[in-house]
Write a protein that binds this ligand. Sequence first.
Ligand code: SF4
Length: 209
Amino acid sequence: MEKRLDISHYVLGTKVLGPYIRSALWVHGCCFDCEGCLAYEMNRRDPDLRSIAGLAQMFAGCTDTEGITISGGEPFMQAEGLAEMLDIIKQRRDYGVIIYTGFTLEKLSESCDGGIKRLLGMTDILIDGQYRKDEDDGLPYRGSSNQRIILLSDRYKDQYESYYLAGKKRDIEINFDKDRVNMVGVPSAGGLKIWKDLIKRAEGNGEGI
Ligand code: SF4
């Protein structure tokens, strides 16, 4: 049987989820239940099972992207499938991988699960730890200050200082899919309010979002 990943959505080019232009993939479902989770509704939608080979082919074909950022949901709940997808892409081209996870690096490192080990071994930057609403203090590229941006390889060593540490503000993009509008990036309190107002207005017009 064809192997599949349960996903929420993806974009094929963003500048707000890591260095360079990247694809981004949000997997569906999470084993955590963080108060204030931005993905709460998304994680409760019906499963959307997609062919791993098909996803790999699509992402590998986006040659203007340097790599991918994977978020969710919880990527390490589908570690084996994601590792397989990345394996196919990496056989075709050089590809950088950034992953957001609710697990800490320590927790993942002590796991005996082969898929988790494989996926961790393919990750260049891990942004780890559960979202904590009371520690959401505006730091860029992460939801709360307990989350760490950890270099697991040298791939982004030269970008780390300027990209992650240079006092940047949070930034979002609004992405228009054929039947859905998605917010990409980690929003500031102001950005989140604008997004929620947009959703309310669209729902009021009966348009949905
Ligand atoms: S780990 Fe992330 S996706 Fe999962 S509940 Fe927490 S904030 Fe939401």
